[in-house]
Design a protein around this ligand. Sequence first.
Ligand code: PLP
Length: 400
Amino acid sequence: MKFEFSENMKNIKPSEIRALLKYIHMPGMISFGGGLPNPETFPDEELKNILNDIMENYAASALQYGQTDGLPELKEQLTGYLKADENISVSPENIMITTGSQQALYALPIVFANRGDYGIIEAPTYVGMISSLNANGIKSTSIDLDENGMKTDELEDRLKTMRSMNIKPKFIYTIPTFQNPAGYTMPLDRRKHLLELAEQYNIPIIEDNPYGDLRYSGKKLPTLKSMDNNGLVTYLGTFSKIMAPGLRTGFTVSQPEVLTEFNKLKQALDLATDSLSQYIAYEYIRKGIIYKQIPKTIELYKKKRDIMLEALDDDMKNATWSRPDGGMFLWVQLPKEMNALKMLERAIANKVAYVTGSAFYHNDPELNTMRLNFTYSGDEEIKDGIKRLAKTIEEEKASL
Ligand SMILES: Cc1ncc(COP(=O)(O)O)c(C=O)c1O
């Protein structure tokens, strides 16, 4: 049969990152390209015990369809966790359990915007939001980042300009803490400014915080959601980086009226998030394992971040890079004349891989950028990989 695919599908580009995953398995390759948590952080033994308990005590409901908004016991546990962890005071009616936070990235733009409407995003930003915008025909305007995250002065100017053109952006998407891909964190004054602007212009904020628990240095900052007195912020969390990404369990915290709309869409997406995973997440919090596991993950990742930063300081000449206080990534900027996508072939020949920064822009990509993941590779691999990358950059620069 000759299939005719929809116009819609033409807007959805295959993920450059997924394509890169194949290089991870090439013999001798050191890949900083994926965004994978390190399997050493997976609490396998604890999850084995939890699974046994679930099968003994709640098999009938853990294997059954569940409510669209999520397992009530998990929502209840999450209220305690959000209060303890992020000083976010909410009740279960403010929570929707999602199939990974990616499901919320897909759904929320549809909840807030029509096709052809504008959302405001960061440049660079997380690819999962870019895919969602493309899949849903939503346009974006991008606000640049500096080492303090989204430039809120630029946002203010953009909002003024858009208002003068009679364009109302329908949401602002931000990853204020240990941003993916750049690793930057927005300080308190910018957080306040962002909230003021959102209130002034009456625009909902989508705050994506998958990495907030993974801080290796510096002082903890309040989430936008914890500072939000006006119900402006819809907050996305996930168990992917603090338990295991394969369980695909995330959560959205918002006003009940937003979740009611999301609920209608989720019924079309998957009816409900996997019940078994939700029971696992529930027990993971209830038994307090989460609070023991996070410090172990931090210890492992802090060491790896430090190794990568030291290797960059020692070996890298023709680039600048972010120095993240947490998360999983750092952002490398090459001289303007260089193109990280063109250089990738040389890098692969030198047996090192990265994701080109251009994958993280919805508009006007900066071609001289790349994202490095520091959580997945072994310690020695990180050192060798940075040497290989530095050599690749030198060779490429000499060839221009
Ligand atoms: C910024 C950001 N948002 C959302 C996600 C999606 O996470 P998940 O769907 O596993 O919860 C990721 C995953 O890497 C991410 O980096």
